[in-house]
Design a protein around this ligand. Structure first.
Ligand code: DQA
Length: 144
């Protein structure tokens, strides 16, 4: 079974962008660690990043056929996108929302998420380790 790890805008800059908030690890580092973890548990991962809302929606639609779970960090689209929520509502698998930073400790406009109401679990403030924790949880539920 495959888990999609979807990343929204500006996460291609992970490791370079505001490292005091998001840390020094890159998205490639995240992919390497999540793949090692998933493989050890008998699952596959595919990691995507796009700065474009429509591309993220297309990938969520692909997940309907190709993925048993989605781990998604929608970046700023978390706080704006009804369209990403609608795409997730059209998806039957597990959904985990992952934020590197603790959005609740930051500006009030980051406190609301359109995605959380659809998510089976939400991570915020665990740094990039949050991705691995989401993958671990997805694998454990999918193994039952
Ligand atoms: C983020 C938090 C969002 O508010 C922000 O727009 C991001 C990253 C996080 O991972 O902490 O781009 O989703």
């Amino acid at each position: 079974k495959t888990i999609f790890i979807l990343n929204g805008p500006n996460l291609n800059l992970l490791g370079k962008r505001q490292p005091e908030i998001y840390g020094a690890d890159t998205l490639d580092d995240v992919e390497t660690r999540c793949r090692a973890l998933a493989t050890s548990l008998g699952f596959q991962i595919e990691l995507f990043q796009s700065n474009h809302e429509g591309v993220i929606i297309d990938t969520i639609q692909r997940a309907r056929e190709e993925a048993a779970a989605i781990v998604i960090n929608p970046g700023a689209f978390t706080h704006t996108s009804v369209a990403i929520l609608d795409a997730l509502n059209a998806y039957d698998g597990l959904v985990f929302e992952c934020h590197i930073s603790n959005v609740h400790k930051r500006e009030s406009f980051r406190h609301h998420s359109f995605v959380s109401g659809r998510a089976d679990g939400v991570m915020a403030g665990f740094g990039v380790e949050g991705y691995e924790l989401c993958v671990r949880r997805a694998c454990s539920l999918l193994s039952k």
